[in-house]
Design a protein around this ligand. Sequence first.
Ligand SMILES: NC(=O)c1ccc[n+]([C@@H]2O[C@H](COP(=O)([O-])OP(=O)(O)OC[C@H]3O[C@@H](n4cnc5c(N)ncnc54)[C@H](OP(=O)(O)O)[C@@H]3O)[C@@H](O)[C@H]2O)c1
Length: 384
Amino acid sequence: MAARALADTVLDTAIVPGPRRSDELRTVLLTGASGFLGAYLVHELVNRLGVRVWCVVRATGPVAAQRRVEAALRRHRLWSETTMRNVGAVPGDLTAPRLGLTAADYQRLAETTDAIVHNGARVNHAEPYERLRAANVTGTVEILRFACRSATIPVHFVSTTSVAARQDTPVREIVPGLPGNADGYVLGKWVAEVLMTQAAARGLPVLIHRPDRICGAAATGATGTDDAFWTIIRAIARLGVAPAIADVAISLVPADYVASAIAHTVGQHPRIGARAPVHHLVNHTSITLEAVLDRLRANGFPVEIVAPENFVVELSRAARTDMGMARALILSQMTGPGTSEWDDTTTRRALSGSGITCPPMTADLIDRHLDHLTEIGFLPNPAA
Ligand SMILES: NC(=O)c1ccc[n+]([C@@H]2O[C@H](COP(=O)([O-])OP(=O)(O)OC[C@H]3O[C@@H](n4cnc5c(N)ncnc54)[C@H](OP(=O)(O)O)[C@@H]3O)[C@@H](O)[C@H]2O)c1
C-alpha cells in the first residue's frame, strides 16, 4: 500500500502552469458540492465572495447535477433562492479523465474559472488505498491538469489533519513525510498534498486546508451523518448504554467556520510561490465525552455506563439488523491517532481582520446537534 502511494507522488511532468489570466475573481469551480462540507462551501463562496460557483457533481445530466447541489444545501439548512442564482452544476466524476466533463464543459470551465476549491473525495477510513486512489489521487491529478490547462488557476485543496496527526506536538503547518500507520484514506490525502506541493514548486498558486473533524454550524447543528463520532453517539442513544472508558476530550470544528475560512482565503487569491502553504482549521477548545453523555441525558436519552465488553455485546446484537449499528461496531474497534496540539499560526495570520474565528466547544453546540439529528430522524425521538 505504502509503496504504491509513494509511486503516486510523482506529478506528471506535463502539468506545468502557464501565464495567469488576471487577478479577477468571478467564477470558482468546486468539487464535492453534493456532500456535507461542500454545501457549506457553496454557501460561503457565493455569499461571502459574491462569485459564481460551478459545481462538478456525479449525476446523469446538468439538471440532475443542479438538483443534487440543491438537495445538499437544503439538507444543511443553507438553501436560498438568492444563493442558487449564483450556482451552476455540471455532471462530472473525479475518477474519470478530464474530470468526467464533456469536452465542451471542460474547455468552457478551464477558460472561465478564476479559482478552484478541490473538496471532493471518497471519505472512508475503512477502505484500502487501492479503492480510494481513483477518486482521491487520480482525481487530484486531474484537478491540477485542469488548473494548468489554458491559464494558471489557483487551487485550494481540502485535506485533513489526519495526514499530520502526531503526539509529539504542536503539529506545524507543513507537509510531513509519509505518515506511519496511516489508513488508505489518510495515505491518499497525503499523496494529494505532496502532489500539490510539486505543482506549487512549478509555479501554481496552491493552498492546502487541513480541517480537523467537522461538525455542523454552531447555530444549527446541521451536520453530516456519515461521521464516526455521530455514528457512535447514535449507537449509544439507541442502546441506552455507553462503555466505561477513560474520559476523552472531543474537539469538533464547525463547518461554517471551515467554509468561511476557506472562502476568505480564496478571496485573497494565493500569490504564486514555490511553496504550498498549509492552513490548520482546528478547534483549540474541547468538551469531555462525559459532558457529551450528560447532554444526551439532558435531552431525554437515558444512558447507563456499562463494562466495555457488555457494550460490544449489545452493539453486536443490534448490528444484525441495523447497518448504522454495524458501522458503529466496526468504528468502536478502531483506534485513532490520539489527540494532537495544532499550530495554526499561518491560518490565524491569514484570517486576521476578517472576524472569522472558530466557535468554542460548548454544551449548547452539542445540544444543537442532538436537536438537528433527532429532527432528521438520525437519532430516535426521545419522546417516542
Ligand atoms: N467531515 C470531516 O470531518 C472532514 C474532516 C477533515 C477533512 N475533510 C475533507 O473534507 C472534504 C469533504 O468531506 P465531507 O465530510 O463533506 O464528505 P462527504 O459528505 O462524503 O462529501 C464528499 C463529496 O465528494 C464527492 N465525491 C466523492 N467521490 C467522487 C467522484 N468520484 N467524483 C466526483 N465527486 C466525488 C461526493 O459526491 P457524491 O455525493 O456523488 O458521493 C461528495 O460530494 C473531503 O475532502 C474530506 O477529506 C472532512
